[in-house]
Design a protein. Structure first.
Length: 130
């Protein structure tokens, strides 16, 4: 019997025109320290060592479009970020350079764009596991 290799998600990587600038936004938003930084590449992660975010410079970066249209770069993924105070978290993100999406599809969730246009959602967990 063969055993499966072990898989551990270590990070999600976002492309940007400038990796350092986008990493600073998320570092300030999440309060995570820089784990690694080199030319065109930055990693941030929570102090507990769990999965973080990585950023790579992409000179041909095209800002994603959400909601999607057939004629523009579609969003390929987005980040869901749990917060404990939605209005305060939105305000903090906006002061760091995020912008609010015009379309907000759910109550209790706020869709924002990071400074280069990646959508992300802020929400407060509700229900039995809250």
């Amino acid at each position: 019997m063969t055993t499966s290799p072990r898989y551990t998600l270590s990070a999600t990587t976002l492309d940007a025109p400038n990796a350092g600038e986008l990493a600073r936004f998320y570092r300030d938003l999440l309060g995570w320290p820089v784990r690694k930084e080199e030319e065109g590449w930055v990693e941030i992660a929570p102090p507990d060592g769990t999965a973080g975010l990585s950023f790579q410079s992409e000179p041909l970066f095209t800002r994603p479009r959400w909601p999607s249209t057939s004629s523009e770069q579609q969003m390929m993924m987005h980040l869901d970020i749990e917060v404990n105070d939605l209005p305060a978290a939105v305000e903090h993100a906006l002061t760091l350079g995020a912008t609010a999406a015009d379309y907000q599809p759910q109550d209790g969730v706020r869709v924002l764009y990071d400074p280069v246009g990646h959508p992300f959602c802020l929400y407060v967990r509700t229900g039995p596991s809250a």
